[in-house]
Design a protein around this ligand. Structure first.
Ligand code: NAI
Ligand code: MG
Length: 477
């Protein structure tokens, strides 16, 4: 088997195995099914490696290992747990370049983003939660000693593979839980690299287990009686299935699901900055972002001005090889996702919205979609209501702050929102009236481990990040 890499200025080549097993009980092991899946590079459709397909038997092995691991890990002194989590954090930092390349190779995101955002933020989460490990009683002012929940099944998506794993694994370990992590089918490689890091950091066997596979693997984890908590990030559809599956079983659950965030721009905003925020809000990671600012609500009097600036700005975005550090728009994560984006864009055109698209040549191979937005969008259009999860923005207008709030909240989702205005009081007023877990004021897509993240309504429940994120991994917090 030969490995194919995208030809690019990036010189670091991650060390890849041809074939990856499952990481269970501190060891690499073959899947019971003896089945393997390919993971490809979405920028050129070449195979990168094979990863094990974990089935219900493998999930069972992993959950049993996590239960055994729990006996040791939960009894370790909090300071010793902290030391081991710090080790993971340092190893991510030391291997950051390699991890960034791996993330971009496997998932298609621009190397600049994996280098400057995904990997450092993943390390930051481990550093942050390592710091809490021996301060839980203080942090939560608990009446009794905080107790971990037990074995946590953690299912993550493909848009921020290592970062979503870090959001889940770091707080779980800090609180004394053990985990079975199920990465997404198209982006397993950084989770497997995390397993290698855990192995080298000498964590007790069974504390972190990684079982690769697909939706059925995730479902087996959800259904397993030995799992005490499920933490899921992914589609609202699957989130609802999971909620039904575990109803009445006494398992703890946190769900971080889809979004259709409004980015609200008032006429008095600094428009140049707002346009940068709009671009960052929708084109970051090709729009594969649950909190993407995918609905632009712009005050009517500046609509034409903003649309003109945006049209000019998207012409300057460079689409192409994810491993080129000058690339702004990388590859769409999978063929399936590309088809979904195309279908919704077709629906937008058919329903009467006007498509504005950056003219650029798309690479001959791989999955790509140019930076796009729709004007003349009606709130009933599919592009205004459904999560596209691609580089496609729906532009709508409003006349008064009340109308802006009504339109922004007119969605089954409630994960994030943005507000752009020069007036502090207006910022605060709008933020207070938006039903969204995170509201960014005069900025967008800013993250910090100390800041909680999570949804309202069909965007899910529970919080990740900050002290709030700790409570989700403790019995009586
Ligand atoms: P998905 O929700 O199917 O996949 C997310 C994870 O859940 C993957 O690891 C998958 O293997 C696992 N999974 C799938 N079915 C499962 C089940 N029945 N039980 C347990 N685990 C299961 O998302 P998918 O199909 O990759 O993307 C579909 C759409 O979902 C996207 O177009 C996007 O709109 C949205 N999405 C939202 C994300 C977010 O961050 N909120 C992330 C990924 C997708
Ligand atoms: Mg891949």
């Amino acid at each position: 088997m030969k490995f194919a890499y995208a030809p690019a200025p990036e010189r670091v080549r991650p060390q890849l195995r041809e074939r990856y097993g499952l990481f269970i009980d501190g060891r690499w092991t073959a899947p019971k099914s003896e089945r393997y899946m390919e993971t490809i590079n979405p920028a050129d459709e070449t195979r990168i490696a094979e990863v094990a397909y974990g089935d219900a038997q493998d999930v069972d092995r992993a959950v049993r290992a996590a239960r055994k691991g729990f006996e040791r890990w939960s009894k370790l002194s909090p300071a010793d747990r902290a030391k081991l989590i710090y080790r993971i954090a340092r190893a991510i930092t030391e291997r950051s370049r390699e991890l960034a390349v791996l993330e971009s190779l496997d998932g298609g995101k621009p190397i600049r983003e994996s280098r400057d955002f995904d990997i450092p933020t993943s390390a930051a989460h481990f550093f942050y939660y390592a710091g809490w490990a021996d301060k839980l009683e203080w942090a939560l002012r608990a009446q009794r000693a905080p107790e971990p929940i037990g074995v946590c099944g953690q299912i993550v998506p493909w848009n921020f593979p290592l970062l979503m794993a870090a959001w889940k694994v770091a707080p779980a370990l800090a609180c004394g839980n053990t985990v079975v992590l199920k990465p997404a089918e198209t982006t397993p490689l950084t989770a497997l690299a995390l397993a290698q890091i855990v192995e080298e950091a000498d964590l007790p066997a069974g504390v972190v287990n990684v079982v690769t596979g697909d939706g059925a693997t995730g479902a087996a984890l959800v259904d397993h009686d030995g799992v005490d908590k499920i933490a899921f990030t992914g589609s609202t559809e699957v989130g609802k299935i999971i909620q039904r599956r575990i109803a009445g079983k006494g398992k703890r659950l946190t769900l971080e699901l889809g979004g259709k965030a409004a980015n609200v721009v008032f006429a008095d905003a600094a428009l140049d900055q707002a346009v940068e925020g709009i671009v960052q809000g929708i084109y970051f990671n090709q729009g594969h972002v649950c909190c993407a600012g995918s609905r632009l609500l712009v005050e009517e009097s500046v609509h034409d001005d903003v649309v003109e600036r945006l049209t000019n700005r998207i012409r300057t975005l460079r689409l192409g090889d994810p491993l080129d550090k000058n690339t702004d728009i990388g590859a769409i994560n999978s063929r399936v996702q590309l088809e979904k984006i195309r279908e919704l864009v077709r629906a937008g055109i058919e329903q009467g919205a006007t498509l504005v698209q950056a003219e650029c040549e798309l690479p001959a191979r791989g999955f790509f979609f140019p930076a796009s937005f729709f004007t003349n969008v009606h709130p009933s259009h599919r592009v205004a209501r459904e999560e596209i999860f691609g580089p496609v923005l729906a532009v709508m207008t409003f006349r008064t702050p009340d109308e802006a709030i009504d339109k922004a909240n007119n969605t089954p989702y409630g994960l994030s929102a943005g507000v752009w205005t020069a007036q502090g009081s207006k910022n605060m007023w709008v933020a207070q009236h938006l039903r969204a877990g995170v509201v960014w004021c005069n900025t967008f897509n800013k993250f910090d481990p100390s800041s909680p993240f999570g949804g309202y309504k069909e965007s899910g429940f529970g919080r990740e990040g900050g002290v709030h994120g700790l409570r989700e991994y403790l019995k009586h917090a």
